[in-house]
Design a protein around this ligand. Structure first.
Ligand code: PFF
Ligand code: NA
Length: 453
């Protein structure tokens, strides 16, 4: 470390290492599990367009800002806010931003890990040949039986949390680079294969049309919020995950180019997942709005009926688990980095503490799929509430604050220097987006949802 600031973390070995880690954080359950089912619940094409616009106009500029803040301070998100607020002579209330990020990370991981547990369980189901020749009805029974069992969900959730903690203990920049380097291309190939299978169904056109032909009458105010929230969620924005990764980024790397690459990859993976899944949804007479079980009720049909489906099924769910792991470690890293840097904990202690809290919180999600499925607050199960609170509220609010901070509070000479854009015009474009477009868009969507607009 060249900086004198209190920082105990290392640095990525290269720009490519940062790209791999940040892509690893971005690409995960959000793309393959969540994007298809929320698209299905919100009527398809119009939702997808709003999501894409949000990625472009809100997500990408904020991703640049978040990376930049982290790199400038080289510390965990909480200390980053403290340092940069000091540097700018700004109000101390900005400190809360770092805290909200850490809280959001815990809450998201508590349900993320449960769903990643489902994917892990499906590795085993694929392996034992549960999907052979099964039709949609049989596949649905497998899923329903599985989520009805708290013990099974708890087992896989525990296993996944354990794996996350084991990786985080060793530090995010060892092993992760290699894992993601192999993971991304494999995931890509598998998704293309699934798309190829989807093409063999006679509902391929119907599926693609559902995804890309907008019908705005199907999109509600809450749908717009969900699309915007998902832009934050899928790019890992608004809670300090990308900030932490930015803090390990070498000084000479171009943030703008790097961010476009990461956001582009994330978007392509989500769209491929959608193209692979919806033709199967229609071919098997399923509801697009089937909810969080959607991929678990569709993809196994494909694996059960395609040539080589046993092998590809195992591989697919293994890849999904790895994609989830490379995201889960970024959800918990802000808390761990803070405990290590500020509370003088060892990495082991920090992982055990934050891992155990997340694990416990996970019970709420586990039970909301079975014993507590009728227990609702604001008409939502605990899982739905956690998802809404984090993806639709905390991340957009965090992102809004990051945009305002980077656009209005930080000195322009610093942001210009850190971003190091190819030309003046692109810096200006970023500035307009981060100062006006992104904050205004988030604000207007909120107003729309509460019915003011
Ligand atoms: N971006 C991840 C996904 O799409 O699966 C989820 C996520 C990771 C959200 C890290 C937020 C975060 F900070
Ligand atoms: Na994502």
């Amino acid at each position: 470390m060249t900086d004198t600031k209190k920082s105990q973390h290392g640095e990525w070995s290269s720009r490519f290492a940062f790209i791999l880690a940040a892509t690893g954080s971005a690409v995960g359950l959000g793309n393959i599990w969540k994007f298809p089912y929320i698209t299905g619940e919100n009527g398809g094409g119009a939702f997808v367009i709003v999501y894409l616009l949000c990625v472009l106009l809100i997500g990408i500029p904020i991703m640049m800002a978040e990376t930049m803040l982290g790199r400038r301070s080289r510390q965990n998100p909480i200390n980053t806010m403290i340092t940069l607020v000091d540097e700018a002579g700004a109000d101390k209330n900005w400190h809360y931003l770092g805290w909200m990020g850490v809280a959001a990370g815990f809450l998201i991981l508590s349900y993320y890990s449960v769903i990643a547990g489902w994917a892990s369980a499906y590795v085993l189901k694929a392996f034992t040949g549960s999907f052979f020749g099964a039709d949609a009805a049989a596949i649905k029974v497998i899923f329903d039986d599985f989520v009805a069992s708290p013990a099974k969900l708890l087992f896989w959730h525990s296993l996944f949390m354990l794996a996350t903690m084991l990786i985080v203990v060793r530090g995010v920049n060892t092993g992760l680079e290699k894992a993601v380097r192999f993971l991304m291309p494999s995931l890509f190939v598998l998704l293309i294969l699934m798309v190829a299978y989807a093409m063999t169904t006679d509902t391929y056109d119907q599926g693609v049309k559902f995804l890309f032909t907008p019908d705005f009458s199907k999109l509600t105010g809450n749908g717009v919020l969900t699309a915007m929230g998902h832009a934050f969620f899928t790019l890992s924005l608004g809670m300090g995950a990308i900030m932490v990764y930015g803090s390990y980024l070498p000084k000479d790397v171009s943030i703008s180019k790097t961010v476009f690459l990461i956001a582009g990859t994330d978007t392509v993976v989500a769209l491929l997942a959608g193209i692979a899944i919806f033709p199967i949804v229609f071919a098997s007479g399923l509801e697009p709005a089937a909810g969080p079980g959607l991929i678990f009720q569709t993809l196994p049909i494909a694996f059960g009926n395609m040539t080589g489906g046993w092998f590809f099924g195992i591989l697919f769910f293994v890849m999904l688990v790895f994609a989830a792991l490379s995201s889960s470690i970024s959800l918990i890293e802000p808390a761990v980095a803070w405990l290590v840097e500020n509370k003088d904990m060892s990495r082991e202690q920090a992982c055990i503490w934050s891992g155990s809290i997340t694990w416990l919180l996970g019970f709420g999600t586990i039970f909301s799929f079975n014993v507590w499925s009728e227990f609702k607050i604001f008409d939502r199960t605990i899982f739905q509430l956690l998802d809404y609170l984090t993806a639709n509220l905390m991340l957009p609010i965090g992102g809004f604050c990051i945009a305002v901070f980077a656009g209005w509070i930080m000195k322009q000479q610093y942001t210009e220097h850190e971003l190091d854009m190819p030309n003046a015009l692109s810096y200006q474009a970023w500035q307009i987006l981060i100062r006006y477009v992104a904050p205004a868009a988030v604000f207007l969507v909120f107003l729309h949802v509460v019915g003011v607009l």
